[in-house]
Design a binder for this molecule. Structure first.
Ligand SMILES: Nc1ncnc2c1ncn2[C@@H]1O[C@H](COP(=O)(O)OP(=O)(O)O)[C@@H](O)[C@H]1O
Ligand SMILES: [Mg+2]
Length: 236
């Protein structure tokens, strides 16, 4: 599904140029659950922005489903984001005085999906993310941290993406709530076949993936298959 070859990313130019990625290569197969782990500043978010077609590499190639995205223009990148990729960010901002259901419907407005179908798909993806129907009409500022992150996952799923990219999705959560979120990703991977790339600086979190790529200072230190640790808290 993903083929990354010798990707570099340089921010700025001249004296202030900074190379955040220094030649990164890996493949990710359809249906894999992989973690990209590294300390703060190692280039994880930079890499995720490239994988998510939010940015392009300075050099190297990135192929998604056989298509070279390194050279696409903004419109083509936006199309891919809309149809193939779901994002879960740590700094996820739901609209506070808006219902859970409406928050999840939002990406579909941009995708041009009609109202009735938007509602139906939002409800389905909330259920897949483990939200109970009684919460659908709650305002998002009435939710707990774990519930907010489930809404974030539902929102990432609503365009039916084959690839889910999650940047530090458990970063603001206590351990127990984090386990629930990781269990949700495992379920989406196992039962729904989604390819998941989980970005984290925490080894405990990375162990929930099937494979871990370690990066440091913009370079890959290791890329290993791993015995997946099952999340303790499965959603009901
Ligand atoms: N837009 C930018 N302009 C300049 N430097 C940046 C920019 N974004 C990130 N960097 C630098 O690139 C390095 C990697 O950043 P980042 O990818 O955010 O790392 P991580 O997500 O692993 O913490 C850091 O040193 C950061 O300061
Ligand atoms: Mg980051």
């Amino acid at each position: 599904m993903i083929e990354v070859k010798n990707i570099t990313k340089t921010y700025g130019s001249g004296d202030t140029a900074f190379q955040a990625l220094k030649g990164i290569s890996f493949d990710i197969a359809d249906g894999e659950f992989i973690a990209i782990m590294g300390p703060s500043g190692s280039g994880k978010s930079t890499l995720m922005h490239i994988l998510g077609c939010l940015d392009t590499p300075t050099s190297g190639t990135y192929k998604l489903d056989g298509k070279d995205v390194s050279k696409m223009d903004d419109e083509e990148l936006a199309d891919i984001r809309k149809s193939k990729i779901g994002f879960v960010f740590q700094a996820f901002n739901l609209l506070p005085r808006t219902t859970v259901l409406r928050n999840v419907m939002l990406p579909l407005i941009y995708a041009g999906v009609g109202e009735a179908e938007r509602e139906e798909r939002a409800a389905r993806s909330l259920t897949a993310a483990g939200m109970t129907e009684t919460h659908f009409l709650h305002k998002s500022n009435e939710l707990s941290g774990g519930q907010i992150q489930r809404v974030a996952i539902a929102r990432a799923l609503v365009n039916d993406p084959s690839l889910i990219l999650a940047d530090e999705p458990t970063g603001n959560l206590d351990t127990k709530t984090g386990e629930i979120v990781l269990g949700t990703f495992q379920k989406l991977n196992e039962e729904h076949g989604r390819t998941i790339v989980l970005i984290t600086h925490e080894p405990d979190v990375a162990e929930h993936a099937q494979r871990i790529i370690h990066i440091r200072d913009g370079e890959i230190l290791s890329d290993k298959k791993h015995v997946q640790r099952k999340a303790r808290q499965h959603i009901q």
